[in-house]
Design a protein around this ligand. Sequence first.
Ligand code: BG6
Length: 485
Amino acid sequence: MIQSLFPEGFLWGGALSACQAEGAYNIDGKSLTIPDVMKFNSNNDRKVTKQMKINREMIEEAKNDPDTVKYPKRRGIDFYHTFREDIALFAEMGFKVFRYSIAWARVFPGGDDSAPNEKALQFYDQVIEECLKHGMEPLITISHFDTPIVLIDKFGGWYNRRLVDLYVNYCEVLFKRYKGKVKYWVTFNEINMSVKAGAKTLGIIEYDAPNYEEMLFQGLHHQFVAASRATRLAHEIDPGNQIGSMVAYFTTYPYTCKPEDALQMQKDDQMKNQFFLDVLNLGEYPYYAKTYFKDKNITLHIEDGDLDSIRTHTADYVGMSYYNSMISSSDTEQLELTAGNVHSVYKNPHLPENEWGWQIDPVGLRYTLNLVYDRYHKPVFILENSSGFYDKVNVDGTVNDPYRIEFLRKHIEQMGLAIQDGVEMIGYTMWGPIDMISSSTSEMSKRYGFIYVDQDDYGNGTMKRTRKDSFYWYQNVIRTNGAEL
Ligand code: BG6
């Protein structure tokens, strides 16, 4: 057998989020979340990524409308009822880890309830037990793009400092309940998305405020403080807990070798990626962020003890998702835009793209892993990586998906080379091992899975699960610890 580049015990697996998979949006006491009020939004213009603006009218309209066709994330793939069968399929592939999120709005449906919703916790008890039964590490994301609506109605989202205490209280419930069962945690999914998608991640919807960006950074400051306090608590409750910071890394290259382009690249990398990881891993607001705030007239309200907490309780590992890279230039006039995860990017002429316009760049993953490890000296966990594809079901019910295998093979190859370069890595949870509702467009037909789910964009279908070709391919990747790709 060929020698594997991956260390023994490398955590191979996959990742899902509650808000895209679980469904059961109003069952067992759960209250509404941002994804529950996001309408189906098939993006016909594949060159531009548009962020859906969530406003009060939309929220009020959604509250009075029980529709699950218009609001696909409310039905997800019914993981709430199929988790046993689905986790068994992950186990069949040999998963060593399963990343899943807990829905805050299930655990604290009223936002500031005095006690958690026991029914919700019983559901997550079962999900976690199911993982452990199959010898899989459950990796829990505490907040994955699903701010409870009630926290917007009552407090105005993360702009309000009150959310820090509410979040830490929610974390305490989870850390105590899952002590000895869950070791790996992520405080906030892709915390850097907040700047582009403030409604989704921070629940801040006052787009017309005189300085909306200031509100976002204030909300973000609250999340930084909350993450540091949660990290402290996690370590106190169980010193074995490993708390991850996480960004969606938008790797960027200078468009040309002009020094001005390189400077622009540095700036983009700083404020799109590094700023977030710097605060969470190095424990301080970097100088360039302070300059950025000054230039943008942003003044943060920082309370006594905040900076101490951020400095003292940093993350244990660097988590990142990796979907598409981008380019930076001091003169963007000639450049063409293409879509990307959460925001559009300038097109790199050297890269192919998927049908949604997201550019495919496996080598960028090796580059990014080296960059991140060099900067933080902490082990890196790839928490999401993959690409959306249209799948076709053959008449005999099988699904051939060589494009998915090719995408993942090339990325895993580069991850292996990064390990050979000396990067210390914990694991790899590819995004979406089973098809689910797309975060950006709420389409079902933008599929990521090794497992096909028979459901169309409008909720029609049997919901039957079918193993695609890539299922067997990934099974073999895990069996050989990445030696056979
Ligand atoms: C990541 C999110 O940014 O991108 C996931 O954490 C999301 O929730 C994934 O599903 C892919 O994006 P999309 O829009 O294709 O589902």
